[in-house]
Design a protein around this ligand. Structure first.
Ligand SMILES: Cc1cc2nc3c(=O)[nH]c(=O)nc-3n(C[C@H](O)[C@H](O)[C@H](O)COP(=O)(O)O)c2cc1C
Length: 200
């Protein structure tokens, strides 16, 4: 189901949070994530982008989780999200270390019943497929509902540069993914995760 303008007139907008796993200037995964968040905003959602370069989370420890102000801010943003988009570079057949450190702060209480969309970029011909697989596993372990439409960008530096996506095909895929995320977030928002069902 696609969300109509009528829907957004009558309800609180969905809050979609993007998390970027690259610290690089002119990052392709950041550009792809921004494109998706811009579409989500155009479709009526409120959006927030977590830039790990400016947030500077410390390496995970129990102490940091309990008292670090950046961690507190990060967890609050995720708590308030209806849907999450995770975008990462592929690094040596997986996703980035800085993103893993951020994800290690999360628990299933924060992620369960939230729709999750995944984007990955790689400079090679296979793009971010291996990173997407690894992220899929982690986000499902956190009880996120990973949507089927994922975006893997091959030849990242040719397809994306200077904050622009030069491929209509990838731009369309990102838009389709964003629409699917909004539709899934909206449906999950109607589901009470605490309710007990006869079949679990
Ligand atoms: C440490 C490292 C490992 C990488 N490993 C891969 C890889 O396994 N597959 C691939 O396609 N590209 C690989 N790349 C290339 C990056 O995925 C590519 O440059 C990507 O655009 C980086 O993401 P960003 O533009 O968002 O920073 C690697 C780059 C670095 C720095």
């Amino acid at each position: 189901m696609l969300l109509s303008e009528e829907y957004f007139k009558n309800t609180k907008p969905l809050n979609i949070v993007g998390l970027c796993g690259s610290l690089r200037e002119d990052s392709c995964s950041y550009t792809a994530l921004s494109e998706s968040l811009t579409s989500a905003k155009t479709l009526g959602a409120s959006v927030d982008l977590i830039d790990l370069k400016s947030l500077s989370l410390p390496y995970f420890t129990d102490e940091a989780k309990a008292s670090d102000p950046a961690v507190k801010q990060f967890l609050e943003i995720i708590d308030n999200a209806d849907g999450i988009i995770v975008s990462s570079p592929e690094y040596h057949g997986s996703y980035s270390g800085v993103l893993k450190n951020a994800l290690d702060y999360l628990t299933k209480e924060q992620v369960k019943n939230k729709a999750v969309a995944l984007i990955s970029v790689g400079a090679g011909q296979y793009g971010g497929f291996a990173a997407l697989d690894a992220l899929d596993k982690v986000m499902k372990t956190l009880h996120g509902i990973v949507i089927p439409l994922k975006v893997s960008v091959s030849h990242s530096h040719k397809v994306i540069s200077s904050g622009q996506i030069h491929s209509q095909e990838y731009a369309t895929r990102l838009l389709d993914m964003t629409k699917e995320l909004l539709a899934c977030s909206e449906r999950l928002g109607q589901f009470d995760g605490e309710k007990q069902y006869a079949y679990g």
